[in-house]
Structures are given as structure tokens and as C-alpha cells.
Ligand binder design. Structure first.
Ligand SMILES: [Zn+2]
Length: 457
């Protein structure tokens, strides 16, 4: 199994720290607003990686944190005239609710930053003791990049000097910091903000130290994979890695970054006014269609998401669901052997840098073959295909025949059921009317001994 490691900047063999076990840390959201599509893409990337590794027999420990203390949370609470706690509770729930709709598995650990302040202070103290951090009175504790000069920038393949020029030009240099690249590990308290006691005075942790403390405390030194969106690689992940290693801890053995998401060709961001909430999209479409559309673009490629991709994914799901309905009334062999060729193709695709697009294509080739097998009354082939489709769709968290109850599909199910009742009571005028209505919607009803089956034509 191979994947593209951001740190070594090439494909590497997947060699876990402990045979058979995989530890993953994926940076989670800062909970000050409802989740958007970018959150969905990042979470889905690691959900599929974890699911696939479990399917391959690994024992996976996934950590996905909640950043529950941050300038944006404090600002939002002030704007809404409420507490930081209320903002955090509201948007943590919103995040988990929407991720549930997308069938994202819950991580084994979902730590909140504020539960790990002691562990963060321990790492900060280690950095001070090793001369990699310094205190500015009344301001906080800063990481000393120059003291880690050769180690800094490796994740993004830039030298510290290179990055320093960019940072110096970009941000106002704080005269009291030694270096424009230095960043806060501990921020001194400002009036009215949540604070914790520390050896360096009342204050709160900087963002990067949070993930270091949570990852090392839960997963231990040298855990297997660290992930997040490419927008987190610098400075967040570079700073996490530098803090951890400067403090004497081996950090992640491998790094996986998922690419950004564009909507309608524009980079997705609030400032460009094309911010779409995940909830909006999941209200509009079958959540499985969003999962499928995302799987159809490799996680390292920038994704263009628009109506075309969503319609394409919806049509593919319709064919999958139609196959499930057609086979649900057949006497299939539940113990039929899996199709070895497709299982191998699927596995090889996923083992090559989690190549979900090719893995998904294998599933839909099976769906096509499955319809042909049913058309030809080839029950043995249909049985094997159905079993293989179930196996492979489950491995990707893509459940066949499970449209949400608020999906237009349930409307069609209702019409089909009403028509069946009319037929049974010999009300042929009504049953013909319903058949015409279904037909106008592009639905063909097949009456079988076991009841009606519908499909889009
Ligand atoms: Zn992080």
C-alpha cells in the first residue's frame, strides 16, 4: 500500500508504527459557524481512508479534534451577545449533525482543545527548557523559529529564510517578537476573554500547540498519519510539527493533505460570496450523491463541485438503487462468492494513494453488469454481483438503496404504493392515472410476482 506523503513529497510505502494498527490525527473544525462544503471534503477524505484501512483489517484509531477556543469564537460570542460556551455547543452540534447526514463515522476520540490545556502547558515548558521558546512579558510565550532554523519549513519544502521573507512582507512585524515567523504558544489574557492560569500568567493557548498536545497525548509519539486540508499545511501543520520536534517528540510519520474545493469554478470562500453551507447542499441533494461526487475526484486534486457533478452522481446512484430494488424481489444466493476481479481492482485502486475515483468506477461497472444479469435472468451472476456491490459500497460508506426519507425518491415510492393499492382494489382508472404520472416523471414500473419495482428510464 502506498500513499503520497506531503513531508517526503513523494509516494511512500504505508508502514504503520505497530503492525496491524493505524493511528490518525485529522484537524477538526473551529466551531464558530455552521460547516461548509470544505469541511465535508476534508472529513470525507479521512473517513474514507479510515474505512478502507478498517476494511483491510487494520485496527484504526482516529482522532478528530474540536477547536473550542479561538479569536473567531470569542468574536462571534461578542457579536451575538452570548458566551463562548454557547457558541461552541451550538456549532459543535451543527458540525456533528451535518457529518452524520454525510455518514462520516464518529472518530474514536473527539477531543476539545480546552480539555488539554495542562498537556499544552507541558509542551510549552519543554520548549522553553530547550531554548526553543521565549516569554514576552504581558504578551505570552513565542516559538523561536531561528532556534529551529534547519528544521523549519520541511513540510512545505521551503527554507525558513524563504518563509521569513514572505512573512515579513505580509504581516506587520511585532517589534517585540524576535523574528516575523515566531508564533504564539501562549497568549496573555485580554479583558473579558476566557483564560487559564499558567506559569507565564493568565492566558490561553495558541492554535498550533493545541493539536500537538492532543495528538501526542492520545496517540503517542510517532503516530502514523496526520491530515487536514492543504490550507492547513502552512503555517498550522508546519508549526505543529516544529513545536513537537523541537520539544523532543517525534510527530506524525506521514502527512496526507486533501485539496481544496471550488464551487462553479471559483475558490470556495466566504469573501467570494459563494459560501454554501453543507446543510444547504444536503437539503437539496441526497447526501449520498455528495459523498459519491466527492469520491469521484481524487482527494489530492482540486475539486470543482457544481450541479453537473451532483446530477451525474445522482444518476449513478439511481442506477445503483434500481439494481437493489430489482434484485430485492429475486431469490438471490446470499452466500454467492464475491467477484474476485472487481475486488482486486477496487483494492489496488485504493491501495494506490486511496484512489477512490477508480475504486468507484469499478463499483459502477458492476452495477451495469448487474442490470444485464437481471435482464438475462442470470441469477448466479446477479447474486455474485449484488454481494460484491454490497461489500465494496460499504467499504466506502456509500450505502445502496438508502435514500433519505426527505428525498424525492420516497415520493416515488408513495406513488408506486398507491398505484399498487388501486390495482389490488381493481380501481384501474386510478392505477392507470398513477402509472401515467410516474411515466411523466421518467419512472417505469415493472410488476413482478413479488410486487412492483420501479426504475428511472
Ligand atoms: Zn491541527
Amino acid at each position: 500500500m502506498q500513499y503520497f506523503d506531503t513531508l517526503s513529497n513523494e509516494m511512500v510505502d504505508f508502514v504503520p508504527r505497530e503492525p496491524g494498527k493505524v493511528s490518525i490525527y485529522a484537524c477538526g473544525p473551529t466551531v464558530y459557524d455552521v460547516p461548509h462544503l470544505g469541511h465535508a471534503r476534508t472529513a470525507l477524505t479521512y473517513d474514507v481512508i479510515a474505512r478502507f484501512l478498517r476494511w483491510r483489517g487494520f485496527e484504526v484509531t482516529m482522532v478528530a479534534n474540536i477547536t473550542d477556543i479561538d479569536d473567531k469564537i470569542i468574536q462571534r460570542a461578542a457579536e451575538e451577545g452570548t458566551t463562548e460556551t454557547a457558541i461552541v455547543e451550538t456549532y459543535t452540534k451543527a458540525y456533528i449533525d451535518q457529518m452524520d447526514r454525510l455518514n462520516i463515522q464518529h472518530p474514536e476520540h473527539r477531543p476539545r482543545a480546552t480539555e488539554y490545556v495542562d498537556e499544552m502547558q507541558d509542551v510549552i515548558q519543554q520548549l522553553i527548557d530547550r531554548d526553543h521558546a521565549y516569554v514576552i512579558d504581558g504578551q505570552g510565550v513565542y516559538f523561536d523559529v531561528a532556534s529551529f532554523e534547519d528544521g523549519y519549513g520541511k513540510l512545505v519544502h521551503r527554507t525558513a529564510e524563504d518563509l521569513r521573507e514572505g512573512a515579513g512582507a505580509r504581516v506587520e512585524v511585532d517589534e517585540r517578537k524576535k523574528d516575523p515567523l515566531d508564533f504564539a504558544l501562549w497568549k496573555a489574557a485580554k479583558p473579558g476573554e476566557p483564560t487559564w492560569a499558567s506559569p507565564w500568567g493568565e492566558g490561553r493557548p495558541g492554535w498550533h500547540i493545541e493539536c500537538v498536545a492532543m495528538a501526542l497525548d492520545i496517540l503517542g509519539d510517532g503516530f502514523d498519519l496526520h491530515g487536514g486540508g492543504t490550507d492547513l499545511a502552512f503555517p498550522h501543520h508546519e508549526n505543529e510539527r516544529s513545536e513537537s520536534e523541537a520539544a523532543g517528540h517525534r510527530f506524525a510519520r506521514g502527512w496526507i493533505h486533501s485539496a481544496m474545493l471550488n464551487i462553479g469554478g471559483e475558490k470556495m470562500s466566504k469573501s467570494l460570496n459563494n459560501f454554501k453551507t453543507l446543510g444547504d447542499v444536503l437539503d437539496m441533494w441526497d447526501p449520498r450523491a455528495l459523498r459519491l461526487a466527492m469520491l469521484q475526484t481524487h482527494y489530492r486534486k482540486v475539486m470543482e463541485l457544481g450541479d453537473e457533478a451532483m446530477h451525474g452522481a445522482t444518476a449513478a446512484l439511481d442506477r445503483l438503487d434500481a439494481f437493489k430494488r430489482r434484485t430485492s424481489v429475486l431469490d438471490l444466493d446470499a452466500a454467492a462468492p464475491l467477484r474476485a476481479g472487481e475486488v482486486t481492482a477496487f483494492t489496488e485502486a485504493m491501495e494506490h494513494d486511496f484512489g477512490a475515483p477508480a475504486a468507484v468506477a469499478t463499483i459502477f461497472e458492476l452495477v451495469r453488469a448487474g442490470h444485464i444479469a437481471v435482464d438475462n435472468d442470470d441469477l448466479a451472476a446477479a447474486s455474485s454481483i449484488a454481494a460484491t456491490i454490497d461489500e465494496l459500497t460499504n467499504a466506502l460508506g456509500l450505502i445502496a438503496g438508502a435514500a433519505g426519507s426527505d428525498d424525492p425518491k420516497s415520493e416515488i415510492d408513495d406513488l408506486v404504493a398507491q398505484r399498487q393499492i388501486a390495482r389490488e382494489s381493481k380501481d384501474f382508472v386510478e392505477s392507470d392515472r398513477l402509472r401515467d404520472e410516474l411515466s411523466a416523471r421518467g419512472i417505469e414500473v415493472e410488476d413482478t410476482a413479488a410486487g412492483p419495482i420501479w426504475r428511472r428510464v
